[in-house]
Design a protein around this ligand. Structure first.
Ligand code: SF4
Length: 399
């Protein structure tokens, strides 16, 4: 299996906390779409087969290498497509349908693929959502961030809470059953009670997937500058820790699976696309700053839209990971998930040198209760997951 990503680099305006590259203007949209279509066609032979054993992200169940199927053509098929940004919902539904048609024409798509589009409420209407569902998009990830206007104003978002709630109703009416919301916690405008009420609204809406992120200060973001100048409320780490604790407790009570630091879902409703990254599946990415991975090497495009318009500047960088880098990446990514590190996989795919090193490095953290060990796995419980990056650092390869 493999995955496909399309990056749409435009936004209506810049949110205060945003650290991503995106253009707050649609001036280059038509030229960008021409370049994007050219890239989709030009790179149609990029994806190569890479047999994948270990955990099967489709079922979240163990697939032992010994039971893996032999090579088949279907293994090359693209099982997940993802429109990310920026704000992909700034594209018209005709433009989205045309891109999907082009991909379908040039790439092998598996039956019933997961096709996700990231959307911002300020771009959504009842009519748009119905037309969007008709294009074949079958999973929608909506950047609600909060159901409260004071939070939204603090974050510099363009929508209000009433419109956010309407979007959920319209999306469901349009037939988006596979729906995900983004919420941000740790806001100085929100008390614990307000964060709890945000979660009440989420769970009451019967949405199967939640991505919840702690507010962080990105270098050079508008919010960071405003805080530095004393023009708005500073953020406090304690608020994020408090809200994360509330979030874990609420998710547990609602029987939501906490499958990655920021990701929660009803059983079986995880993001297959995101899981494919954590499981080392080959992927192809189109658009400015998009990365691709063929199973051994990674390559990426220029981040700037202007440079992306010139096809000679695609493929701006490329790297082949050393075994040690692949080990570090595996540890870093997998400790962020509830699947954790599969020691048996590590030994069979990367060698005993790595599995033994990993176990040795983990020992003191196991003794301190920070890492849980079963016979074959090392993983973090959901409270420890928030500290995954720091814990992973202790397991990194050190020559
Ligand atoms: S919509 Fe997303 S990408 Fe665009 S400015 Fe806001 S946070 Fe950044």
């Amino acid at each position: 299996m493999s995955s496909l990503y399309i990056h749409i680099p435009f936004c209506k305006s810049k949110c205060g906390y945003c650290g991503f590259y995106s253009l707050p203007s649609m001036k280059l949209k038509d030229k960008f779409l021409d370049a994007l279509k050219a890239e989709i066609i030009a790179r149609k032979d990029y994806l190569v087969l890479n047999r994948h054993c270990g955990l099967d992200p489709q079922s979240l169940t163990l697939v032992k290498p010994a039971t893996a199927l032999p090579f088949e053509e279907k293994d090359k098929a693209i099982e997940t497509l993802y429109f990310g940004g920026g704000t992909p919902s700034l594209l018209s539904t005709d433009e989205i349908a045309e891109l999907l048609h082009l991909i379908n024409k040039h790439y092998p798509i598996a039956p019933n693929p997961e096709i996700t589009l990231e959307a911002n409420p300020d771009t959504l209407s009842e009519r748009y959502l119905h037309a969007l569902r008709e294009t074949g998009i079958n999973r929608l990830s909506i950047g609600i961030q909060s159901f409260f206007d004071d939070d939204l104003q603090y974050l510099g978002r363009q929508h209000n809470s009433e419109h956010a709630r309407n979007c959920l109703v319209w999306a469901k009416q349009a037939g988006f059953d596979n729906l995900s919301l983004d919420l941000i916690y740790g806001l100085p405008t929100a008390t614990a009670d307000q964060w709890n009420r945000n979660l009440d609204l989420f769970f009451d809406a019967d949405i199967p997937h939640l991505s919840a992120y702690a507010l962080t200060l990105e270098p050079n973001s508008i919010l960071t500058k405003q805080i530095e100048m004393g023009k708005t409320l500073p953020i406090h780490e304690d608020d994020a820790l408090r809200d994360y604790e509330i979030l874990c407790g609420r998710a547990e009570k609602e029987d939501f699976l906490h499958y990655e630091i920021s990701s929660f879902c009803r059983r079986g409703m995880h993001s297959k696309h995101n899981a494919s990254y954590w499981f080392g599946t080959p992927y192809i990415g189109f658009g400015p700053s998009a990365h691709s991975y063929d199973g051994t090497a990674r390559q990426w495009n220029e981040a700037s839209v202007e440079k992306y318009l010139d096809a000679r500047l695609w493929d701006a960088g490329r790297e082949t990971l050393t075994p040690e880098q692949r080990y570090d990446e595996y540890v870093m990514l997998r400790l962020r998930t509830h699947w954790g590190i599969d020691l048996k996989w590590l030994k069979s795919k990367m060698g005993e040198r790595f599995s033994a090193y990993c176990e040795k490095q983990a020992q003191s953290l196991i003794n301190e209760g920070k890492i849980t060990q079963t016979r074959e796995f090392l993983y973090l419980d959901d409270r420890q997951m928030l500290f995954a990056d720091g814990i992973a650092a202790a397991l990194m390869w050190d020559d």
